[in-house]
Design a protein. Structure first.
Length: 268
């Protein structure tokens, strides 16, 4: 078990994957709490508390996936420099940078909210949605601009890494072909994750055709829940090393639960 922890802690790919899983876990947990408490506490102050973590972690996911695609590109296209470029220290610096970038997209909205809205607004009852809380035109315009920037950067990164790996895969190297397939599946997951950037626009377009509550629930399932189920499949079960140790851990756990060791009785 010690070797498993060593591999997970020292490999940048697994560090990013575990961070992605933890980020998605925070997102799903806080989102479910938001759905539960949205019908109990409908004041702006309570809504703000439950709204910030899902917004923050939703911005993290596409950025983490972009860096994971870049890590895959480095391992295939420049393998001799992989150990130099992808170090554990730099991986944690990347994770910290992701959180800082995501925080900078939402914290200014919070400051604007406290500066422009009266105190009575925080005690008012609203449907807990971002546009209903951050009503300032500046916040809306900043959100749309940042979403476009994130969308362009993430998809440029994905296309660049995919086509570079595609050219390397023509040499019939098995690792390159597997990486190409991973990036391709990765693109579908990234497509769903980046839909969070156009989700407000889609909600406005579809508001006239569908009930608001039903549309909000369906968009949450498609754009928030579904992409999180793909992460363990793409980066967990398809990875031989991770899958091997995961199977071994599950097998040992089941064996211990079914066949517990008998306590030896000491002779009196």
């Amino acid at each position: 078990m010690l070797s498993v922890r060593t591999i997970l802690k020292m490999n940048p790919r697994y560090i990013l994957f575990i961070h992605l899983v933890l980020n998605d876990l925070i997102l799903l947990t806080t989102s479910i709490c938001l759905f539960i408490f949205i019908f109990i506490f409908q004041t702006v102050s309570i809504c703000l508390v439950f709204l910030l973590p899902p917004v923050l972690t939703a911005h993290n996911s596409p950025l983490i996936l972009a860096f994971m695609a870049a890590e895959c590109y480095i391992s295939v296209c420049v393998p001799l420099r992989y150990e130099t470029i992808c170090t554990v220290k730099r991986t944690y610096i990347v994770i910290g940078t992701i959180w800082i970038i995501s925080s900078l997209t939402i914290l200014p909205d919070v400051f604007i909210l406290f500066a422009t809205e009266p105190l009575e607004f925080f005690n008012s009852r609203v449907f807990c949605e971002r546009d209903n809380v951050f009503r300032s035109s500046y916040s809306v315009n900043k959100r749309n601009t940042s979403h476009i920037m994130f969308l362009v950067v993430v998809w440029i990164t994905l296309f660049y890494t995919y086509f570079r790996i595609l050219f390397v895969a023509k040499a019939a190297a098995s690792n390159a072909k597997k990486a190409r397939t991973t990036i391709l599946i990765h693109g579908f997951q990234l497509l769903l994750c980046t839909m969070v950037y156009v989700q407000p626009l889609l909600n406005k377009v579809l508001t006239g055709s569908f009930p608001a509550a039903s549309m909000f629930f369906v968009s949450f399932i498609i754009f928030q829940i579904l992409p999180r189920f793909l992460s363990p499949i793409i980066y967990g079960l398809r990875d031989k090393t991770f899958s091997k140790y995961l199977t071994r851990t599950i097998t040992c756990t089941i064996t211990i639960n079914i066949y517990p060791q008998k306590r030896l009785k000491m002779p009196s």
